[in-house]
Ligand binder design. Structure first.
Ligand code: URP
Ligand code: ZN
Ligand code: ZN
Length: 459
């Protein structure tokens, strides 16, 4: 079935023009003026913006964190994602039992996602230990469509510097990308214990236990290890503060290549004042929310290109249930917050409509760049002939208020309740199928496909 998206204003990372888009067999086949086709269904995008389906390269669907499990599975979570304009995700697989090979979790995750995901999906590997078998397996994971692995510098399966160096060397050899959760584990654990000993167990002490410099030190360390590994590609997830940005800028000033930086809407828009609220537990995530100064620094970093990607780190736990585990002690609260549905709306409203970033930059950071970095481009993340027909039709003149009752995930809150929003999403298409119309999901459970990603092609 042919479709033509007519009269929309198309934005790519570099362009802004009025044209029609002809879709056939799940792909964009032609872009031009006044396209027609007798047998084509017409989708009217007059007065609207048309952007590539957004891609979220940092989600945690169905994440098992030991004490609890993220409440969005691959169905609820991907329905929420697509209702917010995200048409592909790359999910970070959870830690599994100690000593497992990387493929163990891949098999687990295939079963979690198959038959449930409503949009296309890929996975990042998760490093839990390093030895010769694991290093060899990084190569077979890449051959199986997973050319990226995440290493944690904190939490139970954190890696030491020698482990990190070995992974970076191997990933450089096989053109893979290593993503890092950067926080100095010993500093964080020491401060958590100190606060607990002093009876300081309220949510604000989550933030006070994870200071900016504990993150920036770890970012700086990872960057230097990557440099030692001959500028191995390195991707910093959920960067949250000014000092970490400075570490990135300094490394680039020294000439280091292949550095990629991600932040998330919560670090651009929310501050640690949230922890002082009655419902402060909702915002327990790592790294924690920072100050207004940090938010402004991140917006500047996004506008000037220091930051390449805005993802979400979507990791939802119900406030009414799982988050209450931290009621008397912030260290017992599962870490993470929802956000997969709100991202595009927030970045348009708070970013583009308020003049902080351009529409091209929005497309670059939410759609194109994450695909280039993680091997989904040019199948995803771009509007051009040959690409999958993953499109979002946005009405820049709509307005509304973010409220939980209009959201689609399984979690019982949104971190942005009551926020006024400029712009709205009219329709979302994946591979030419309309999955969302006027905030209603009309797609099919299990229609999402695994994306076999390609190796990193270099800066
Ligand atoms: O608090 C967070 N961010 N939870 C999800 C896991 C992670 O660290 O990315
Ligand atoms: Zn993390
Ligand atoms: Zn995460």
């Amino acid at each position: 079935m042919k479709k033509i998206v007519k009269n929309g204003r198309i934005f790519t990372e570099a362009e802004d023009y009025q044209a029609d888009i002809l879709i056939e067999d799940e792909k964009i086949v032609c872009i031009g003026k006044e396209l027609s086709g007798e047998d084509a269904e017409i989708i009217d995008a007059s007065g609207c913006y048309v952007v590539p389906g957004a891609v979220d390269v940092h989600t945690h669907m169905d994440l098992d964190v030991g004490i609890s499990r993220a409440v969005d599975d691959f169905y609820d979570g991907t329905v929420a994602a697509v209702c917010g304009g995200t048409t592909s995700i790359v999910d970070h697989m959870a830690f599994g039992p100690a000593g497992i090979p990387l493929h163990y979790q891949f098999e687990v995750y295939k079963k979690l996602a198959e038959g449930k995901a409503v949009i296309d999906y890929g996975f990042h590997g998760t490093a839990q230990h390093v030895d010769a078998d694991m290093l060899a397996e990084l190569e077979t994971m890449a051959a199986d469509g997973i050319p990226s692995v995440k290493a944690y510098l904190t939490y139970g399966f954190r890696l030491n510097d020698a482990d990190v160096l070995q992974i970076l060397r191997k990933m450089k050899e096989i053109n893979g990308i290593t993503a890092f959760h950067c926080e100095n584990h010993d500093v964080v654990e020491f401060l958590k214990q100190q606060h607990k000993n002093e009876g300081k167990t309220a949510p604000i002490y989550h933030a006070k236990s994870r200071p900016n410099l504990a993150e920036a030190e770890a970012v700086d360390r990872v960057l230097k290890l990557a440099r030692l590994a001959d500028d191995a590609p390195v991707y910093i997830v959920h960067l949250s503060c000014r000092e970490s940005l400075e570490a990135v800028r300094e490394a680039r000033r020294q000439g280091q290549k292949n550095i990629f930086v991600e932040t998330c809407p919560q670090y651009l828009l929310l501050t640690e004042e949230c922890y002082q609220r009655e419902d402060g537990l909702k915002y327990i995530m790592s790294p924690p929310l920072r100050t207004q100064e940090d938010c402004e620094a991140l917006w500047d970093g996004l506008a000037d290109g220091t930051i390449q990607v805005v993802a979400t780190d979507h990791c939802p736990f119900n406030y009414g249930k799982e988050k209450q585990m931290g009621r008397d002690d912030f260290t017992a609260c599962p870490n993470g917050a929802p956000g997969v549905e709100e991202r595009l709306m927030l970045l348009y409203s708070e970013g583009v409509a308020k003049g902080r970033i351009t529409m091209n930059r929005l497309v670059e950071t939410l759609c194109t760049k994450p695909c280039e970095i993680y091997g989904l481009y040019p199948k995803k993340g771009v509007i051009q002939p040959g690409a999958d027909a993953d499109l979002v039709i946005m009405d820049p003149n709509a307005s509304g208020v973010i409220t939980h009752s209009r959201m689609h995930g399984a979690v019982d809150y949104t971190s942005y309740e009551g926020m006024e929003i400029q712009g709205g999403i009219r329709q979302v298409m994946q591979r030419g199928n309309v999955l969302v119309k006027d905030n209603q999901f009309i797609g099919e459970k299990g229609a999402g496909r695994f994306i076999h990603r390609k190796p990193y092609t270099g800066e």
